[in-house]
Design a protein around this ligand. Structure first.
Ligand SMILES: [Zn+2]
Length: 139
């Protein structure tokens, strides 16, 4: 049996015998699910697209319900860095947890941990948010 993709706990039972995606132990699964229920969710929507262009969606969930305002927002991120930067900004502003769901591989991360594991992307995300602030305040 595979190990938990988050904490490395050994021998996690996959949801079914055909499962070929990431698995998480009960404890990590609970932490991720809680953050999805009431938090910021950044999701890549690969689907079966042939093009390299991947749409991203950033939503704020309350009790598992997507906030319609964020779902219908015209301010859609154009790429992963913009999506993560947008998610991070909302997390900071409202003191919420965040999850990054990478649909293609089926991996789910606490957004902070994803950035810690990917310092290059974390730097781009910080710069994106700094750029946003400087556009706002003109410096
Ligand atoms: Zn775990």
């Amino acid at each position: 049996m595979p190990d938990c993709a988050r904490c490395g706990a050994e021998g996690v039972e996959p949801p079914n015998e055909y499962w070929d995606s990431y698995v998480y132990c009960d404890e990590c699964r609970a932490i991720i699910e809680d953050s999805k229920e009431n938090g910021v969710v950044v999701r890549s929507r690969h689907g079966n697209r042939l093009s390299d262009e991947v749409p991203y969606e950033v939503t704020v969930n309350v009790d598992g319900i997507k906030n319609p305002h964020t779902v219908n927002s015209s301010n859609r991120p154009r790429n992963q860095v913009e999506a993560l930067a947008m998610g991070k900004k909302i997390m900071r502003k409202h003191d919420l947890p965040g999850v990054f769901i990478y649909q293609k591989s089926g991996s789910e991360w606490l957004l902070e941990e994803y950035l810690e594991a990917h310092p290059g992307i974390a730097e781009d995300v910080e710069n994106e948010n700094k750029g946003f602030l400087s556009r706002l305040f003109g410096n």
